[in-house]
Design a protein around this ligand. Structure first.
Ligand SMILES: *Cc1c(COP(=O)(O)O)cnc(C)c1O
Length: 431
């Protein structure tokens, strides 16, 4: 069962927790019990592929909620790309999480959730309608993740003229079960209309609405897989493994902490942020104080009130000392980030995106404070070409855009145009 981090509403089964996304008391869902993986799993881990690890880990977490054969299908259809560990310096590796179709780590969550939702609904006639508002990246991961998934219709609202050309093409060229709705308004307007639709009883009687936002428990689970996979490749060194996670909403780090709870021997996690540093400040002072986010070059981490922080508190029973024992927090400025991008490129030829670079700075700083036997990993969460402007400017390069990203540029844009008006949205939704 899954309980709410606000403890005011009843626990639910997997299916309801996934379809609801957010609990009625506005808390986030967490598993009531996090099982440990059997010793044999860790003995054999070096012989397992990422897909096999994904199956074993999710089977352990979702025991009794879904049959093995269905789960195997979910994993095989969702995890169709690798997460290679690339050596950068002696003792520091990049775990590249950008080999999925939208070239960012959010592919893991979106693809797994899409197939899990489809399998959980197999016995129902009515299609599920996923409604999301996006300022760019979330929408493209959802569009790609849910594309062609049976029994699910996806409607994506985006603010006209306020997403990049590439993002707009990613949102509007999928076709099939994905509909883009271009709103003459801001991202906040899109989000407000989505909220209104969820509260509209007429809509809810006619459509089976749900959201696919980043706090969904089904998006968290698959983000634990690659931590096990990274460990399996370094296990033979018999060193203390430290993983630095470039963080914004802290979903990725939370998934790593869940992996640790399941028995994965990670020595420390580094919570690496840009100047939106409320979690590193909490780790330092014990006081959590959210504030409006500031814009940085690692903009997917510009979060002033990270929603998964409540999940981290729950994992540790709100014991600050235990949290600080496992997690070290550091924050870095844009200037430091760009300096690191330059330095690593000049030293090694490796091109980091600004988010990965914050992760790199985290592991570099930690290793400098230590004398122990440490092997470091940082998560490289996006392909550098996704942030081509800033990468080119920082490194004085003109990096090529991979075909995976360019494909959509050649396709025709299709979007339903609406004014910033809820009644217009409603007409589109009710078709
Ligand atoms: C979303 C995102 C992050 C932050 O991940 P969280 O789980 O929100 O902490 C980091 N890098 C990239 C490229 C992202 O898209």
């Amino acid at each position: 069962m899954y309980y709410s981090t606000n403890h005011q509403s009843a626990s639910l089964g997997l299916k309801e927790a996934v379809f609801k996304s957010l609990a009625d008391d506005e808390g986030l869902f967490m598993p009531e019990y996090i099982p440990s993986l059997p010793n044999q799993f860790f003995k054999d881990i070096q012989t397992l592929t990422l897909q096999e690890i994904a199956f074993e880990v999710s089977k352990c977490l979702l025991h009794n909620e879904i049959t093995d054969s269905k789960l195997r299908r979910v994993v095989e259809e969702a995890i169709t790309f690798e997460a290679p560990l690339v050596p950068i310096y002696k003792g520091i590796h990049a775990l590249e999480l950008f080999h999925g179709p939208t070239m960012a780590f959010k592919d893991f969550g979106a693809r797994f959730m899409a197939r899990l939702v489809s399998v959980l609904r197999e016995d129902e006639d009515q299609n599920l309608c996923i409604l999301v508002a996006t300022s760019g990246d979330t929408g493209s991961a959802v569009a790609s993740g849910f594309l062609g998934v049976k029994g699910v219709e996806v409607k994506i609202l985006y603010p006209s003229g306020k997403v990049s050309t590439l993002q707009e093409q990613q949102l509007t060229t999928s076709g099939q079960n994905i509909t883009a709705i271009e709103v003459q308004g801001s991202f906040d307007d899109c989000q407000r209309m989505v909220k209104q639709a969820f509260l509209d009883s007429e809509i809810n009687t006619k459509l089976h609405l749900t959201s696919a936002n980043s706090i969904n428990i089904a998006r968290l689970i698959p983000q634990s897989f690659y931590y096990f996979h990274a460990y399996s490749q370094l296990k033979y060194l018999k060193k203390d493994i430290v993983i630095s996670v470039p963080s914004g909403n802290f979903g990725n780090l939370t998934a790593g902490l869940i992996a640790k709870k399941m028995g994965l021997p990670i020595h420390k996690f580094i919570a690496a942020t840009n100047i939106n540093s409320v979690v590193p400040e909490f780790l330092e002072t014990g006081i959590f104080k959210s504030r409006p986010s500031k814009m940085t070059i690692s903009n997917a981490m510009d979060v002033g009130n990270p929603s998964n922080f409540s999940r981290i508190l729950e994992l540790y029973g709100h014991h600050k000392n235990e949290i600080s024992n496992d997690i070290i927090g550091y924050s870095f400025t844009d200037i430091e980030t760009q300096e690191a991008m330059k330095r690593i490129y000049q030293d090694t030829g490796y091109i980091m995106d600004p988010h990965g670079a914050v992760g790199y700075l985290g592991i570099e700083k930690y290793i400098k404070t230590q004398t122990g036997n440490i092997e470091g990993i940082f998560l490289e969460t996006a392909h550098p070409a996704k942030f081509k402007n800033i990468v080119d400017k920082t490194l004085d390069l003109d990096i090529p855009i991979p075909d995976t990203l360019m494909d959509c540029m050649r396709k025709e844009k299709k979007a339903k145009q609406i004014e910033n008006d809820y009644e217009e949205l409603k007409k589109v939704l009710l078709g």
